[in-house]
Write a protein that binds this ligand. Structure first.
Ligand code: MG
Length: 322
């Protein structure tokens, strides 16, 4: 960028710095001196000084240092984040689930606990029971999670085949994104697979890296529905500021040609997921869409008014979004 045209001082430094911040988030263990973009900047500044801007050396060095100081001292540069998820107040949630102290075998208890959260019997919860952490990890990494996801996708496909499409371009199917179309397992592996309270700031950094993986059976269903003529609408709790990284991520892992990608805008900040997603579904209905089906890993993706004609709950025992 800088080498391609005349050096513009603060504008170029600011732009390079923003690239540098994203790069640093996605490669957190890379030492500062190894960032290629920093080398480019330093080379460019050095080049320009050598020829015609020697008189500006003190000023530009000051700009350079101030630009990167927030990276060297990250606490001073913490970015404000608005709520993606409203976490229920502590008073509404027990710190541990009921029935954990009656001496059941751990594995049996955790299977029952998983059934309880998947069916929404557990209500609001903030993190998985500590005694189930290892089993949740084994589940989401193992064949049972894949099989459970496959069965959901097969049921959804079987239903979709029974739908009589109008063919007017308004036959919709809604997909959630996180833990529905894509997996953030790499991120949650670094955060205890749900045994730690969800951290919005950390998750936002992960999303901006665009490294989520496709969930194979969701991708299979997505392509099947697309081939059948459904309009695929992606409705996510991610913020509008993550549109670019989300689009690039989805395209990179095989999703394409969605009708709409709906993210939380400024007016949606602070709304509970159930309310936010219900409002968006109402807008779609207002535009004439018939929502034949909806797929999501959270009940808040699926419930509320209006609802899809059929809803399909994708498994996710790692976290709960009210
Ligand atoms: Mg989700």
């Amino acid at each position: 960028m800088i080498l391609a045209h005349n050096f513009r001082g603060l504008d170029d430094i600011t732009q390079v710095h923003s690239f540098y911040l994203i790069y640093k988030r996605c490669h957190p263990t890379l030492p500062l001196y190894k960032f290629p973009i920093l080398h480019i900047l330093l080379s460019a500044v050095e080049l320009k000084f050598s020829f015609k801007q020697k008189g500006m050396l003190p000023l530009l060095l000051l700009l350079l240092l101030s630009s990167f100081s927030s990276s060297l001292f990250p606490a001073a540069a913490a970015e404000p984040e608005t709520l993606l998820r409203l976490v229920p107040p502590e008073a509404l949630i027990s710190s541990e689930f009921p029935g954990t102290s009656f001496g059941e075998p751990r594995e049996a208890y955790c299977e029952s606990w998983r059934l309880s959260v998947e069916t929404n019997n557990a209500g609001n919860w903030r993190k998985i029971p500590s005694r189930c952490a290892e089993l949740v990890e084994a589940y989401v990494r193992g064949s049972q999670y894949a099989l459970d996801s496959k069965v959901v996708a097969r049921h959804a496909h079987a239903y979709a085949k029974t739908v009589k499409l109008s063919g007017d371009g308004k036959d919709a199917w809604i997909f959630d994104v996180d833990e529905t179309l894509v997996s953030n397992l790499q991120h949650y592996a670094d955060h205890g697979f749900g045994s730690k309270v969800w951290n919005e700031s950390e998750f936002g950094k992960w999303v901006s890296c665009g490294k989520s993986a496709a969930l194979p059976w969701s991708l299979w269903l997505y392509r099947k529905l697309q081939g059948m003529g459904f309009q695929l609408i992606l409705l996510t709790g991610r913020k509008e500021t993550h549109r670019n990284s989300t689009e690039h991520n989805l395209l990179a892992v095989g999703y394409h040609s969605w009708k709409k990608l709906i993210l939380r805008g400024n007016l949606d900040a602070g709304k509970r997921a159930t309310a936010y997603k219900s409002e968006k579904r109402a807008e779609l209905v207002g535009e004439g869409y018939i929502i034949h089906g909806s797929s999501g890993d959270q009940w808040s993706d699926l419930v509320g008014v209006p609802m899809a004609r059929r809803s399909f709950k994708v498994p996710n025992p790692m976290y709960h979004i009210p």
